[in-house]
Design a protein around this ligand. Structure first.
Ligand SMILES: *[C@@H]1O[C@H](CO)[C@@H](O)[C@H](O)[C@H]1NC(C)=O
Length: 314
């Protein structure tokens, strides 16, 4: 007769984590956080994340002028994207991710997109994600956005801060977010402050907590200034995002302006040197700190993950 051999896991490394109301599962404590042991004790507000601009707007077709990415969202995530950005519009009564208008580029249902990301989250429980979605039509937060997060299974793992507005220095560490299994931070640029029909505790008002430098930059020197922010917290208490997605005007002789993402220069734009230069340009506006979000087009081109590793001190 053979004896069962039990491999004992030290009790200190597992604990009961609440999955949803009344449901608990044994969970192993996080020891590798977003791919690095060193990031476990790093506060969220002191971490730099690789961010995919218009993450849903991908195409391999160079003539798809409204594209901002070449590869789909799961490939972006595998490259290292941990902040996903998208622009939402209503179409036939449903929320889609579309670039400018749904006639120009329809990236499909927000729900389908979130389900796809959720498959990655389920398979990778030690990854903290951020969504910064734009809501140009001020679609209702409580009636439209929340049910989509609920149905996609994101709401139970979305982080609700202890106070509505979190200062940059007050965020938990990645390990704390992971051990609580509250590892998705959700910002909307408009409507989340109550102006869009009610508030939802885990849908946070971006510009009250995250400032950005100018969007749609066309200068490859990436001059920085605080462009979009909204009180009441001081700018120093905000997280910050650099718009490092270079655009070019395709109207000849500058007779007008139609900006498209500059694909041909993507290898230069997404080089470590260009990203670090931009981060440095913003340092005077952020007490010398690195950006929290490096927003890029074509994140499969260049050294995007390496640049973010450098900003994190690796
Ligand atoms: C994190 O803190 C270190 C040390 O103060 C700093 O050099 C770095 O820029 C900070 N990063 C972010 C994203 O705040």
């Amino acid at each position: 007769m053979r004896f069962l051999s039990l491999r004992l896991i030290p009790l200190s490394t597992i604990f009961l984590a609440q999955i949803s109301n009344g449901l608990y599962l044994l969970r192993k404590r996080a020891t590798i956080c977003n791919g690095h042991a060193e990031l476990c004790d790093r506060p969220y507000g002191n971490t730099t994340f690789l961010a995919a601009h218009n993450s849903y707007a991908f195409s391999r077709d160079p003539l798809a002028l409204a594209r901002d990415q070449e590869v789909d969202v799961l490939t972006q995530i595998n490259i290292g994207a941990r902040m996903l950005q998208g622009q939402a519009h209503m179409k036939n009564g449903q929320l889609h991710f579309c670039h400018t208008t749904c006639n120009l580029f329809d990236g499909g249902l927000v729900f389908d997109y979130l389900r796809k990301v959720k498959t990655f989250l389920d398979a990778n429980p030690y990854e903290v994600f951020t969504f910064i979605f734009t809501n140009p039509e001020q679609v209702s937060i409580s009636d439209v956005w929340k049910p989509i997060f609920d149905q996609a299974g994101i709401s139970p793992i979305a982080y609700t801060p202890p106070t509505r507005l979190m200062k940059r220095g007050d965020w938990p560490t990645l390990k704390e977010l992971l051990d609580a299994n509250k590892r998705v931070i959700i910002f909307l640029d408009a409507g989340a402050d109550g102006s869009g029909g009610g508030t939802v505790d885990f849908i946070l008002p971006q510009f009250q907590m995250v400032w950005e430098d100018p969007f749609s930059p066309t200068d490859n020197e990436f001059p920085c200034k605080i462009d979009r922010t909204d009180g009441p917290l001081a700018n120093d208490d905000h997280l910050h995002l650099i718009n490092h997605n270079l655009n070019k005007n395709i109207v000849p002789w500058n007779l007008g302006t139609v900006l498209v993402s500059d694909f041909l220069n993507a290898p230069k734009t997404n080089a470590v040197s260009s990203i670090l230069m931009h981060a440095n340009n913003c340092a005077p506006f952020s007490q010398g700190r690195a950006p929290n979000f490096v927003l890029l087009d074509y994140i499969n081109i260049g050294q995007t993950a390496q640049a973010v590793d450098k900003l994190n001190g690796f």
